[in-house]
Design a protein around this ligand. Structure first.
Ligand SMILES: Cc1cc2nc3c(=O)[nH]c(=O)nc-3n(C[C@H](O)[C@H](O)[C@H](O)COP(=O)(O)O)c2cc1C
Length: 392
């Protein structure tokens, strides 16, 4: 193995060492039944472990039933749901990858259809009861709908906040018991914890709103409570939307302040996404206030500037995500100090063996030794046959 290739350098985090820097980003599958993992989840997540990603995250997993986006989201609000995940965890471990869980609460973005349903990801209506998909009451820091025509969420009171914080803690304990070795708190994309942070989601005038300190309070309470409930040697990540990209919204400077506080609360890695408070960001990733164009929203690595800034200015490790496609691009991000880890979403759905293909492309695994033993010998022969055919 070539030592100088950073993508395949292990990363020690507390008591866990990730075998490489490639992370499978959380990817909702909208395929659970009553929050329970199905054979699809096993097939989906185990494939990435066969592909040798260093860390494989579950999709956003709801800490309470109200916190699902759709009826078909994964949940871990009871022990039976956690048990259903055990075979997945064990398989990921058996491949040498690290199983991670993203813990989530959808907040005001709850109670919708899946994105691939015929009408798209629209709010559930009373008429959906007939199809077995009744809408439910969404909750949020303030009674503000995501957009016109979306659910009016109920404002959480102090007791409601305690209940949700405790649900995160109970879910985290279940995830630990079942064998997950990394947890990530979902504080991005307009879901509950993000909507506390952003002035566009939080108009409270009590202790959990107002200035930056007030808006950060509940997400930090959740982070501290989860940290205290899980083993000291277990890494904890937080995914944030580094910018809202909207007038009057959350900024990159706010993210630096927040990431410092997350680090103090015992969070080890900040996972740097963006947007979602009320739609896609409208400003450029560098937060200069310049309008976002179609191109700049889809440019390779468009969110890397966030990961770099937080890494440099907040004293915390960072993970970059978003249109990371090419192995050399991923390597350059790490080599250039843009992030400590890279997460891939759509690209690993397209090619679940991306890490193995990247190892080949970067010259780290010329003889396919990283491949699962069941495949390695045959894939090596395939390469020899290809070579012979080229010589003929
Ligand atoms: C099908 C799908 C499901 C997703 N589900 C989640 C999720 O559960 N939690 C989350 O934080 N982000 C989720 N995302 C965002 C991805 O994790 C990732 O941040 C985003 O797709 C950008 O990375 P990419 O360009 O490599 O796809 C999802 C994205 C897709 C395409």
């Amino acid at each position: 193995m070539t030592e100088s290739v950073k993508l395949f350098e292990p990363l020690p985090l507390r008591g866990t060492t990730l075998p490489n820097r490639i992370v499978v980003s959380p990817l909702c599958q909208y395929s659970a039944v009553d929050g329970f993992a199905q054979p699809w989840h096993f097939a989906h997540l185990s494939t990435f472990a066969r592909g040798k990603a260093g860390l494989v995250f579950t999709e956003a997993t709801a800490v309470e039933a109200r916190g699902r986006i759709t009826h078909a989201c994964l949940g871990i609000w009871n022990d039976a749901q956690a048990d259903a995940l055990r075979p997945i965890v064990e398989f990921i471990e058996s491949m040498g990858s690290v199983p991670g869980m993203q813990l989530a609460h959808a907040g005001r973005k709850a109670s919708t259809h899946a994105p691939f349903s015929p009408g798209g990801p629209t709010p559930l209506r009373d008429a959906d009861r007939d199809a077995g998909e009744p809408p439910w009451q969404a909750v949020a820091p303030s009674p503000l709908p995501v957009a016109d025509g979306w659910h009016l969420p109920a404002e959480l009171d102090a007791a409601g906040l305690d209940e949700i914080r405790d649900a995160f803690v109970a879910a985290a304990r279940r995830a630990v018991d079942v064998g997950f070795r990394v947890l990530e708190l979902h504080m991005a994309h307009g879901y509950l914890l993000h909507s506390f942070l952003s002035p566009l989601g939080n108009e409270r005038t009590d202790a959990w709103g107002g200035d930056l300190d007030g808006r950060m309070r509940f997400p930090l309470e959740v982070a501290a409570a989860v940290r205290a409930a899980i083993p000291d040697d277990m890494p904890l990540f937080a995914r944030i939307s580094a910018i809202d990209g909207r007038e009057g919204g959350w900024t990159l400077d706010d993210s630096v302040a927040f990431a410092r506080r997350l680090a103090e609360a015992g969070v080890d890695v900040v996972d740097c996404s963006s947007g979602g408070i009320g739609g896609a960001p409208r400003f450029r990733a560098d937060d200069t206030g310049k309008p976002l164009t179609r191109d700049s929203a889809r440019a390779p690595g468009f969110q890397v500037p966030f990961a770099r800034r937080l890494r440099e200015d907040a004293g915390i490790k960072s993970m970059a995500v978003g249109v990371i496609i090419d192995p050399q691009q991923a390597e350059d991000i790490l080599q250039g100090g843009g992030a400590d880890l890279v997460a891939l979403g759509r690209e690993v759905m397209y090619d679940p063996f991306w890490p193995l293909h990247a190892a080949e492309a970067l010259g780290v695994d010329p003889e396919f030794e990283m491949w699962p033993a069941q495949y390695a010998w045959a894939v090596d022969r395939r390469a020899q046959i290809q070579l012979l055919n080229r010589l003929d």
